[in-house]
Design a protein around this ligand. Structure first.
Ligand code: HEM
Length: 508
């Protein structure tokens, strides 16, 4: 094994592997969390592994999260890590295809469309979509029969993916996108684009595969689809649109230039891809866990009754403000994102040698000493908030899904929760609003720093409304919560992932 040890003592330790190019691809790819925890034991919080010819340096734990997510532009680049994956899918001139300061302006534009005023309107739209799904989807025939004793079943991921795209298009994406969803044309475009957004595309930027050609054709078609919508809106009456297209059409770069229709189209595709799998995976995991915990379902239901019951067995509509004040529902989402953050590895490419302070490498259980390292230019660095979110050193019963930990004032979790809300960390305005620079928080399902998610409030609104509506109407059960499937870009539940449901008797 000698040849695999770093020659330069300033370099982080390298994970042992037999095959030079392949490196740790199999064990990392199969179960990255297990891979990180096992190697943390051997090498400490900072170590390098080889992944299909690339050198990846993981920096784990809250300090590692802070180090990478709060990294300076002169040291780390997201665009160099991701652009070959994202640009063929989103299109040119946006996100990682432009210099970072331009993307920061684009994030600000998107934030202008994510206003409270819009969110207030969206709650009702999302309610309508859930009701429409219950009224039409073939999985809910048993529900529609009105029989409160018979159990039916639905596929968690498929059902929630459909609900997510229907609700996102009815709200952010706009009425034209919603109207196209049922057509074959949009479904095919979407599926071909999505087929180009996989770990294979990330690792092998260009392969002569049919899926790559389909991706490229679908990108062009999707881009034209949004540009056509913009052209039609320009020609007609669009005063009533509260969606992202309308918001983006109003924005101007600092130099006074308006966004081109192509840029708007490509930002819309980026948002579609950013929100679809993350939200549908989260709502699936939430429901899968809920189905295994009828007591928590009952608690969420009671919370709904307390706040929204009309007293005659029916519920009144949710409002955005009230939705934010439902601690049990909120804890269900928060806890689901702790155990199942959709993105298990956040990557950056090192563009200039990057010193790693000794305080970061806690030392392994073997060496128990901290060391300072340098990560050389050309390596990748990798943060995995999923590790600190599942760390038994930080969380009591880390592998148990327990929404109540978030309201336990005594628990270690409460500290972690506080750290998440930590307002004492250094605050920076990256151009799209003030966010914490990195923070040493163990809980970061939405990332941190300049690349932090801007969809968090929308995601909470969408997830909360969908879960509340389903729980108002149904009870659930499941034999076993499925394991993780890490072979997709976003961490999904493995098959089987069906949930049994029964229509609820009317609320009292
Ligand atoms: C960035 C998670 C939903 C738009 C991120 C990042 C994470 C994340 C971890 C940081 C990536 C990095 O640092 O490389 C999530 C989760 C979601 C969610 C867990 C839902 C449960 C959404 C939605 C939207 C969205 C609904 C759009 C409406 C974005 C954007 C970025 C981002 C624009 C910025 C990327 C960058 O600056 O490089 N998200 N996201 N996300 N997300 Fe989300």
């Amino acid at each position: 094994a000698q040849q695999f040890l770093p020659k330069d003592p300033n370099l982080p330790p390298v994970v042992f592997h037999w095959l030079p190019y392949v490196g740790s691809a199999i064990s990392y790819g199969d179960d990255p969390l297990k891979f990180f925890f096992t190697n943390r034991e051997k090498y400490g919080d900072v170590f390098t592994f080889v992944l299909l010819g690339r050198r990846m340096t993981a920096a784990l734990g809250p300090k590692g999260n802070n180090f990478i997510l709060g990294g300076k532009l002169t040291h780390v680049s997201a665009e160099e890590a991701y652009t070959h994956l994202t640009t063929p899918v989103f299109g040119k001139e946006v996100v990682y295809d432009v210099p970072n300061p331009v993307f920061m302006e684009q994030k600000r534009f998107v934030k202008c469309g994510l206003t409270i005023e819009n969110f207030r309107e969206y709650v009702g739209f999302i309610e309508d979509e859930v009701e429409e799904m219950l009224a039409k989807n073939e999985s809910f025939v048993t529900y529609r029969s009105g029989d409160t004793t018979r159990w039916g079943s639905f596929h968690a991921l498929r059902t929630l993916a459909e609900l997510t795209i229907c609700t996102a298009s009815r709200t952010l994406q706009g009425r034209e996108v919603r109207a196209s969803l049922s057509g074959r044309e949009f479904a095919e475009m979407y599926s071909d684009l999505d087929g180009g957004f996989t770990p294979i595309n990330l690792m092998f930027p260009s392969l002569p595969l049919p899926s790559y050609r389909r991706r490229d054709r679908a990108q062009q078609a999707m881009s034209d689809f949004y540009v056509n919508i913009l052209n039609k809106r320009e020609a007609g009456d669009n005063d009533h649109d509260h969606d992202m297209l309308a918001a983006l059409a109003e924005q101007r770069y600092k130099n006074g230039r308006k966004l081109s229709k192509r840029e708007i189209a490509h930002i819309m595709i980026a948002l579609l891809m950013a929100g679809q799998h993350t939200s549908s995976a989260t709502s699936s995991w939430a429901l899968l866990h809920l189905a295994s915990r009828p007591d928590v379902v009952q608690a969420v239901y009671d919370e709904q009754v307390k706040h929204f019951s009309n007293g005659d067995g029916s519920f009144r509509a949710l409002t955005y403000e009230e939705l934010r004040e439902l601690p049990i529902l909120d804890s269900v989402i928060r806890e689901t994102l702790r155990m199942h953050p959709p993105i298990h590895s956040i990557l950056r490419k090192v563009v200039q040698d990057m010193p790693v302070p000794a305080s970061l490498s806690s030392g392994s259980s073997n060496t128990a000493q901290s060391r300072a390292y340098v990560v050389p230019q050309g390596h990748f660095v990798l943060a995995s908030p999923a590790v600190s979110q599942m760390d038994p050193r930080i969380w009591k019963d880390a592998s148990v899904w327990d929404p109540y930990r978030w309201s336990d004032p005594e628990g270690v979790a409460a500290e972690a929760a506080l750290a998440y809300e930590d307002l004492s960390g250094e605050k920076i305005d990256y151009g799209f609003g003030v966010v914490s620079k990195g923070t040493e928080s163990p809980y970061q399902p939405f990332g941190a720093g300049r690349h932090r998610c801007i969809g968090e409030q929308f995601a909470y609104l969408q997830l909360g409304t969908i879960l509340a509506l389903l729980i108002r109407n149904m009870e659930f059960k499941i034999d076993r919560v499925p394991d993780h499937n890490y072979h997709t870009m976003i961490t999904l539940p493995k098959e089987p992932c069906s949930i049994q449901y029964r229509r609820r008797a009317k609320a009292t």
